[in-house]
Design a protein around this ligand. Sequence first.
Ligand code: ZN
Length: 634
Amino acid sequence: MSSPRFPRSLSRRPTLFCLASSLWLSASFSSCTPCEPIGPLKPDPPPAVTTPPPPPKPTGPTEADARAFMDQTETQLRVMWSYAQRVQFAQNTNITTDTEQLNAQAQEQVMELVGKKIKEAAQFDNVQLPTELRRKFDLLKLAQDLPSPPDANERAELAQLAASMETSYGKAKYCPPRLKGGCLTLDDLSRTLSTSRNYDELLEAWTGWHDLAKTLRGSYVRYVVLANKGAQNAGYADVGAMWRSRYDMPEEAFAAETERLWEQVRPLYEMLHCYTRMRLRQTYGNRVPETGPIPAHLLGNMWAQEWGNIFPLVAQPGKSQGVSLKAKFQQKKTTPVELVKMGESFFKSVGFDPLPDTFWKRSMFVRPKDREVVCHASAWDITSRGDLRIKMCIELDDDNFRTVHHELGHDYYYWYYRDLPLLFQQGANDGFHEAIGDAIALSITPSYLQKIGLADPGTQVEDTTFLLHDALEHVAFLPFGKVLDQWRWEVFSGKIKPEEYNKRWWELRTKYQGVAPPIARTDADFDPGAKYHIPSNVPYARYFLARILEFQFHRALCQAAGFTGPLHKCSIYGNQAAGDKMKTMLQMGSSKPWPEALEAIAGTQKMDGAAMLDYYAPLITFLKDQTKSQKCGW
Ligand SMILES: [Zn+2]
């Protein structure tokens, strides 16, 4: 690994001062003496009249200095990030004391280098730079999720905390006395949440997992203090303000933008909530209140964030339940690798490149039997030059089929911007990165499934059945996607104190999502920590934006494909024009402000929830009709 060198612009500074002084000295020779030794035998200077004085030069760093600094920074960051990514991938796919330690050290080195570069870059704050170069400096300031505290001991402590919270989460197991020493992983508990219809069994799985997060509370409180010191060192009020500054607009404007988008789609969410609650009462009776929030463990998901797993409970009785991929996968004895191949073949059908051979060799597709791993699905480019991988513990079901498309969307973004300068190798904003694969997955229509043999020919699926199932995933997610960072913004800003963390978590979740904890919670609990993105420090507003953007992308791609029917029936499978449109945007990376990238694909610079409402138009009519007699809201 290269050790950071002293920036050239700083080492050159004395020369610049000397030049400036010697200019001033044409009238007073002696003042240049600090620069050159003066001997008694020095010849006479040449006659001054023949050479006019050169034009004045700036005294501070120049554009050329800034460019040289940035070139060197990008080179060093590429080396460091590749190394840290490699270590993190090794740790994520094999958690041991040693890999955890190595990962913490690598993260610490990253923090140190980025923190140092941000500090040094400040010397160019007042230098006039071309837009593109200035953008790199702006992106450098925002280049880390976990900002580096200036004190070396605190930096090491923060890196250690971050690594240990992530591994604690990855290793956590619930060991109920009834199993006499046997333990349940998050996968096991999630399976119960998604399939069981027994209220008490669900409650045990929910409580078992959430109680495990208590142990993270102390670490999290300390991590907030240290990470905020890092953010302040980089010039932000706190970590939340730093995260909100990544959207090519003032941070307050971004908070308002998320609120605007939420207000656009809120009526649709409230209708879905109303209908779901009404139907759940048919299974769980009065344990689901008629007009209050829904108990959070009854929605088929550990965090009540996506509700597709309870579709059989809320589907219309007597109607076809649509296509079950899980059954089809079982019947066809599909393997996890085949599932990923199906995902790849969609991208290839719109003209994307095949995934590199190394992807198939280096990815992790299933939970290994012999070691601990972080199962949370993720996508990687270790070298930022196309060493693509995904890491998943694939289960053969509908959810995982979509997740594979989601992760491949990340990998294709990495792939198509891999030749850009390093700091432009990011999504136009982070919501874009999350929305690519999801937009593609919106093309997994019943007719597409028939085309690839995952649904029987002639299978008829009613629009409302298909859209209801779909909305339980997409629409149900919206308030959760918003709330998670809203809570975290308040935590980082100090608006809420550690003793109020859990209480405020549930206030926000109840307010936006209309869900409530199924049993009493106390200040000692730390329920936010039961969600991966909290202990692993991944900003979350991106997922909310992605839910809005994926529909906007889908609508634009369908238009590019010349599709004119109802939006939910469109699949861009096999359409090169749509693929080209998406590729154009992917290749831009973050080289331009995101509104320009959005314009390249969607012809507008504004994020807009209306595409989502278009897509669900038939469902909106259905839900209104079904809930006529209900008192909706909570
Ligand atoms: Zn993602």
